[in-house]
Design a protein around this ligand. Structure first.
Ligand SMILES: Cc1cc2nc3c(=O)[nH]c(=O)nc-3n(C[C@H](O)[C@H](O)[C@H](O)COP(=O)(O)O)c2cc1C
Length: 212
């Protein structure tokens, strides 16, 4: 699958089958995480792989009782070491880049899981202090995401995504182009509409003027 197809077909999986996932696949997912971009390549992340049922139960409780994740055979907790980014980039490194670094690693994991035929769920809703206690994280380490990985019970329909035209400005805030089709090609909803009408027009029989 092309990267863009993987990106577009990935879904947040809510429910998992109680099935084993091979360590080979889990290690590929972890490997994808470590190749993510990070500020100054500082890589100030750690990945805590949770497979013990009891620990998973405690995490589900900390994750605002999202017990559906218990069927996922593996939970990976993405943890930041904000001080490390702070050393190079000050306040911005500690409080912004650390979050962005972990987010980029998380997205890599979701995409790799999907490309391996697995499903994953990004869980950001949890009691941070509880997760720190459950995993015995040191004070300076911040858990940012719990990624649940497993075989999807079902793949939900794609939720609506905003069209590019409503998300993109040019040069300055709120500056939209009069003719986005010129710049956005196939991705513009307008060009899609025009393509459809052109295709319909081509289908009509070609009229020959009999007088000539
Ligand atoms: C920062 C963040 C936090 C999220 N937290 C949760 C969560 O706690 N529980 C959950 O089920 N999904 C969570 N999600 C997944 C979103 O609900 C999901 O990405 C969104 O509904 C879009 O669906 P899609 O991923 O299939 O495109 C989170 C996603 C992000 C990026």
């Amino acid at each position: 699958m092309d990267v863009i197809d993987t990106i577009k077909s990935r879904r947040t999986i809510k429910e998992f089958l109680p099935e084993f996932v091979s360590w080979d696949k889990i290690s590929k997912i972890l490997d994808a995480a470590r190749h993510a971009p990070s500020c100054g390549n500082v890589q100030n992340w750690k990945f805590v792989v949770v497979i013990e049922t009891e620990v998973k139960q405690q995490l589900a409780e900390a994750a605002l009782q999202q017990y559906e994740i218990l069927n996922a055979p593996v939970l990976i907790v993405v943890c930041a070491e904000p001080e490390k980014a702070g050393r190079y980039y000050g306040e911005r490194g500690e409080h912004l880049f650390s979050i962005q670094n972990c987010a980029s690693a998380t997205q890599n994991m979701l995409l790799e899981a999907h490309s391996l035929g697995l499903g994953a769920r990004w869980i950001g809703g949890f009691e941070e202090e509880m997760v720190k206690r459950i995993l015995s994280l040191p004070e300076e380490v911040q858990p940012q995401v719990i990624v649940a990985i497993g075989h999807p019970k079902e793949v939900p329909a794609k939720p609506p995504k905003m069209p590019l035209e409503s998300l993109v400005y040019f040069n300055t805030w709120r500056n939209r182009l009069r003719d986005p089709t010129k710049y956005m090609g196939d991705y513009s909803a307008i060009i899609k509409r025009k393509l459809h009408t052109t295709k319909e027009a081509i289908k009509k029989p070609f009229l020959v003027d009999k007088k000539e």
